[in-house]
Design a protein around this ligand. Structure first.
Ligand SMILES: [Cu+2]
Length: 118
């Protein structure tokens, strides 16, 4: 709930301040990592609670083909974690892009990559 803070600070500063919206905190597989075997899912932890119904995680291989199953969901008991299952990944590099809506309705997005070792 940053609405009042944004409105009041914007009046004084003339620009939206950098507040604690939902940014990537941690991912499994880790951002930039090379993992020894194909993961069955991606789990991303965010810095704030997010709404699974208004959030997306897309995973693509080096050729741009979608490899996730499109079933983004909240990880049980933790509003800050989203997971998406993956098809069978071959060795190579993968790009993950995420677009999430925090429970305060603020939208954020980002991307990272990881690799599956040969
Ligand atoms: Cu926010």
């Amino acid at each position: 709930m940053h609405v009042f803070a944004i409105v009041s600070l914007s009046i004084f500063l003339g620009a939206p301040p950098a507040l604690a919206h939902a940014f990537l905190k941690e991912a499994v597989p880790p951002v930039g990592s090379t993992v020894p075997s194909a993961p069955a899912e991606i789990v991303i932890s965010f810095t704030e609670s997010v709404e699974p119904g208004f959030s997306r995680i897309e995973v693509r291989d080096a050729a741009g083909a979608r490899v996730d199953l499109g079933d983004v969901r909240k990880v049980r008991g933790d509003d800050t974690k989203l997971a998406v299952r993956l098809g069978k990944l071959r060795p190579g590099s993968y790009n993950v892009s995420w677009h999430v809506t925090a429970t305060d309705t603020h939208k954020t997005q980002g991307k990272f990559s990881f690799s599956v070792a040969n």
